[in-house]
Design a protein around this ligand. Structure first.
Ligand code: AMP
Length: 289
């Protein structure tokens, strides 16, 4: 596995590996990219291993992107564990890890923002102003630097996935966006680098976020399609137990593509939730079935 810290190194190694090709086959190998902010867990690992399995040349970027954090968010304390991350990438079959310093990505004088309208305005976009502009700017840069044929994103960050698909289509970025299912702890909690912030009591309470989504799913399974009733079931579940309580940020049933709220639930709609447990902000979502 190669580790590149500069665009020049990345370009050279990528070029060499592409030229070496698919072993005996003469076809140009697919280049796969999995963008991450490091502190890698089994959720990332699923994306990284899939990219390595499907693409002859697979790149993982590890870059904590300052532009997608608000001024009072956790950029300064975001977990970093590069040694562990490199081991995980190597074990998953990655060929190149791209781990640039901030100045390599945003040199002096950097002045461009890539913004997707509409899809970014609600939900996480409303509570984290500027967040998605940071995401779409870094994703565009990573695509132009790594030049992947495919890029792997998790459904865990469902709004981000939808926004990135829009970005790739709107700008003809010629990258296939591959959506990968959310990986969870055995108790249902979606894996997240931010779970490390939770106190033991908060960690015990945290699976209620997914349980809340499942409570709504259960009602839908029984034929309930009224959104007020579905969200009431979810909220009741979120508030159970005597431990730390969630502060709900949003709970919304939305069309899976437009992310606009739905008055009546349909199979395939997405139920999105964001809530704080102490100082930690957690998000999750499911597709109604
Ligand atoms: P992050 O490092 O948090 O920016 O995440 C990098 C990528 O991993 C994003 O596409 C996330 O959606 C994806 N990801 C994070 N957590 C999970 C998870 N639990 N299951 C699947 N994908 C995930």
């Amino acid at each position: 596995m190669h580790v590149a810290h500069s665009l020049a190194e990345l370009t050279r190694i990528r070029q060499e590996l592409v030229q070496q090709g698919n072993g005996l086959s003469r076809e140009r190998p697919l280049v796969g990219l999995t963008p991450t902010m490091g502190a890698l867990h089994a959720g990332h690992q699923a994306l990284i291993a899939r990219a390595a399995g499907e693409c002859g040349v697979s790149i993982v970027s590890i870059f904590v992107n300052p532009r997608q954090f608000g001024p009072h968010e956790d950029y300064q304390r975001y977990p970093q564990m590069l040694e562990h991350d490199l081991e995980l990438c190597a074990a998953a079959g990655t060929q190149i890890v791209f781990n640039p310093p901030v100045a390599e990505v945003y040199p002096e004088g950097f002045a461009t923002t890539v913004a997707v309208a509409g899809l970014t305005e609600r939900w996480c976009g409303a509570s984290r102003p500027g967040h998605f502009d940071g995401v779409t700017t870094i994703v565009t840069k990573l695509f132009t630097m790594c030049r992947p044929d495919r890029a792997y994103f998790g459904e865990k960050d469902y709004q981000q996935l939808t926004v990135v698909k829009r970005l790739a289509a709107d700008l003809n970025l010629a990258v296939e966006i591959v959506a990968c299912p959310t990986q969870r702890e055995p108790d249902g909690l979606a894996l997240s680098s931010r779970n490390a912030y939770l106190s033991p009591e908060e960690r015990r309470a945290a699976p209620r976020l997914y349980a809340a989504l499942q409570a709504a799913q259960q009602q839908f399974g029984r034929g309930v399609t009224d959104v007020t009733e579905l969200t009431r079931a979810a909220q009741a579940q979120l508030a159970t137990g005597s431990g730390p309580q969630f502060a709900l940020e949003y709970l919304a049933l939305v069309d899976a593509e437009t992310l606009l709220p739905r008055p009546v639930a349909h199979a395939g709609d997405r139920l999105l939730i964001a809530a704080r447990l102490g100082t930690t902000r957690l998000i999750d979502n499911i597709a109604l079935q």
